[in-house]
Structures are given as structure tokens and as C-alpha cells.
Design a protein around this ligand. Structure first.
Ligand SMILES: [Zn+2]
Length: 95
């Protein structure tokens, strides 16, 4: 599993301080893992039926038709949001 420095500008994540089960405050170092889990849950439950991930990707043929190519696993969340918003806004304005 690939690990990232949580201070890295690449992933845009700041350190997160949490309280553990002993009541100690520790820096949470698994933010990337948490994001990966949440991305997978979103991909699996985003309302389409065209999902495939046979090579480790998290893609959807229905999303590609509607929003263009992107990967729920690797594409920045901001880009995914913009693609979906832009498509939906265009449909709303045309109607
Ligand atoms: Zn989709």
C-alpha cells in the first residue's frame, strides 16, 4: 500500500489530532487510508450500475458517458465534484 506524508501538498491534507482510546492525543496518520475507504464507499453507492475495478481502479462506465473520463480512486475530489456539477447545471439550464 502506498503511503503519503500527511503534510504533503500533493494530497492537500493537514495533520489531524485525535484522542485515542487511552485518552491521549495523537496525530492521526491514517488520513489517506480513511479517504481511500470513503472514496470506495462513495464509488460503490453513487447510484450507477456501471462500476468496474478489475485492475484496481474505481471507474464507472455510466459516469464516463455522463461526465467524461475520471477515476473515483485517483481523480481529485474537487475535479469529480466540478464535472458532476457542471453537467447537472448545463442540463438544468437547458430545460
Ligand atoms: Zn457512475
Amino acid at each position: 500500500m502506498q503511503r503519503y506524508d500527511i503534510d504533503s501538498e500533493k494530497v492537500g491534507i493537514k495533520k489531524v489530532l485525535i484522542e485515542n482510546e487511552k485518552g491521549d492525543y495523537v496525530f492521526f496518520s491514517d488520513v489517506k487510508e480513511e479517504i481511500d475507504i470513503l472514496r470506495m464507499m462513495l464509488w460503490m453507492n453513487h447510484g450507477h450500475t456501471g462500476m468496474y475495478g478489475d485492475d484496481g481502479e474505481m471507474q464507472c462506465s455510466q459516469c464516463m458517458t455522463e461526465y467524461g473520463f475520471f477515476d473515483w480512486k485517483r481523480t481529485p475530489a474537487k475535479e469529480i465534484r466540478e464535472r458532476i456539477y457542471n453537467k447537472n447545471i448545463k442540463e438544468f439550464l437547458v430545460k
